[in-house]
Design a protein around this ligand. Structure first.
Ligand code: NAD
Length: 502
């Protein structure tokens, strides 16, 4: 999908639009922008330049209380939850249209805030945002209940109803898209929402909330409270009036969210957490060049800051040498660190200097543990939170670069002897988000599909899909399923109505 209304802009045009951009910094509660109750602020920084973009209002427990109260009032009033499905749909369609109308501004906000190349914002994130909202709008009047078989004299209906107030906590790697994967199905199902975006990329969701109201969304239905995770995020997940919390982020914080639910009101918890996805390339792969292209994109796309990044390349020993040579040649041509405002750039800076330091620590750990640096392995000279795209070969399953989520442009090749060892290595992880399998043998492909422990398995592809695909993990990658019709259903709960009529 293309953003029909967005003209092709060159670097100079993006730079001049960026310079003209103004930033909203306040919280969005009950349909209006407001300052944080205690006046606190935190800085958001452009990782490409190190320049502070804005001082954002830092929400605390008092602001979360205000936002949840507004969301609860809006829910109880029925202005959204009791709206006729077609009317709710119309608002969400208008919302998607307004996002398209404002695509350049929204794209710039995320690019400046977290360093994602503008080409990715325009070519991937924003089209997916618009598609998600339209898909979830289409689902609204397809949510149905059922009438079960009963004795005569009883009508038993199983109804699906919204939860009430949903708390959404989102990460910084796709600031708009990850938020929309939560708010679109939650709103479609009739809930009201309090969103706490990641503090590393707090700008764009404020614009989103304003566009929702412009589209006809009633005040209080969608609220955005920026702030630090351990302050505002924690208060939201602990709040007794939040009926469901939907979290995307690290496995470590996902485990805290489960605790907060247990410590408060047993709210439902939906988790989309970390990953360490395998890309398995077997010796009978029919087109090694294509598999390599997919592997390169699967680890270096979005700077490797992707939950399902294919960071473990499990390659049959017979072809591992060819794989590594082709990988290096393709990756060095395609992924050169550059200015994210240049539409030719495919690799921007990492989200923060702090995260860059963390990723460089993993590069050192890989060397210390005996892996061989095939390309990259360091940071380019100059300003910005850049790390050179890195491939390690001769990696083994016990190394930290193979076991831990790095969340940067760092891949490791682990050579194996045949499909059995490939399965064992692929499953030797606490994570289970996604996996790719490259083979020309249909029996092998189907066997691996069955045996790989992951929520999403691609055969002869990687990171493809459409809105019908349930996206989510097994094991410590979480329990939620985003996109897909089931996602909307997961923001409803059943009510059994047992009606005795004689
Ligand atoms: P993070 O866990 O540090 O933060 C995620 C969100 O949680 C942020 O909004 C943060 O402010 C908030 N938070 C932090 N501490 C909190 C606390 N104590 N209580 C409540 N909220 C708190 O993750 P991140 O660095 O923003 O994102 C990267 C992680 O997200 C990676 O692990 C990645 O794999 C994961 N991710 C998963 C998916 C998926 O669909 N499975 C998608 C994108 C990202």
């Amino acid at each position: 999908m293309h953003l029909a209304k967005l003209p092709d802009l060159d670097k100079a045009a993006w730079v001049s639009r960026a310079a003209a951009l103004g930033f909203e910094t306040r919280l969005f509660i009950d349909g209006a922008f407001v300052d944080a109750a205690d006046g606190g602020r935190f800085a958001t920084v452009n990782p490409a330049t190190g320049e502070t973009l804005a001082e954002m209002s830092a929400g605390t427990g008092a602001d979360i209380d205000r936002a949840v109260a507004a969301a609860r009032r809006a829910y109880k009033s029925g202005v959204w939850s009791k709206l006729a499905p077609r009317d709710r749909m119309a608002v969400l369609y208008r919302f998607a249209d307004l996002i398209e109308d404002n695509a350049a501004e929204l794209a710039l906000l995320d690019t400046l805030d977290m360093g994602k190349p503008i080409a990715d914002m325009v070519g991937v994130d924003l089209p997916e945002v618009v598609k998600t909202i339209r898909f979830m709008a289409e689902c609204i009047d397809k949510i149905d209940g059922k009438v079960t078989a009963t004795e005569a004299g009883v009508l038993h209906c199983v109804l699906r109803e919204p939860f009430g107030v949903v708390g959404a906590i989102s990460p910084w790697n796709y600031p708009l898209l990850m938020a929309v994967w939560k708010i679109a199905p939650a709103l479609a199902a009739g809930n009201t929402v309090v969103l706490k975006p990641a503090e590393q990329a707090p700008l764009s969701c404020l614009r989103l909330a304003a566009l929702f109201v412009e589209a006809g969304g009633p005040p209080g239905v969608l609220n955005v409270v920026n702030g630090l995770g351990e302050v505002a995020g924690r208060a939201l997940a602990l709040h007794p009036d939040v009926a469901k919390v939907s979290f995307t982020g690290s496995t470590e914080v996902g485990k805290l969210i489960l605790q907060y639910a247990g410590l408060s009101n047993m709210k439902q918890v939906a988790l989309e957490c970390g990953g360490k996805s395998p890309q398995i390339v077997l010796a009978d792969v029919s087109d090694l060049e294509r598999a390599v292209t997919s592997a390169v994109n699967g680890i270096f796309g979005n700077q490797g800051e992707v939950c399902n990044a294919g960071s473990r390349m499990i390659v049959d020993r017979k072809i591992a040498g060819d794989f590594v040579d082709l990988f290096k040649a393709q990756a060095q041509a395609a992924f050169v660190p550059g200015d994210p405002l240049d539409p030719a750039t495919r690799l921007g800076p990492l989200v923060t200097e702090e995260h860059k330091g963390r990723v460089l620590g993993y590069l050192q750990a890989g060397r210390d543990e005996g892996a061989r640096v095939v390309m990259g392995g360091d940071a380019p000279d100059g300003q910005g939170a850049y790390v050179n795209p890195t491939l390690f070969s001769d990696a083994t399953p016990s190394m930290r670069i193979v076991r831990e989520e790095i969340f940067g442009p760092v891949g490791a090749v682990i050579a194996v002897d045949g499909p059995d060892e490939a399965i064992a290595v692929a499953n030797d992880t606490i994570y289970g988000l996604a996996a790719g399998i490259w083979t020309s043998n249909i029996d092998t492909a189907l066997r691996l599909v069955r045996e790989i422990e992951a929520g999403v398995v691609w055969v002869n592809s990687f990171d493809e899909g459409d809105m019908t695909q349930p996206f989510g993990g097994w094991k410590q990658s979480g329990n939620a399923r985003d996109k897909c019709f089931d996602s909307v259903v997961s923001y409803t709960q059943t009510k059994s109505a047992w009606i005795r009529h004689r």
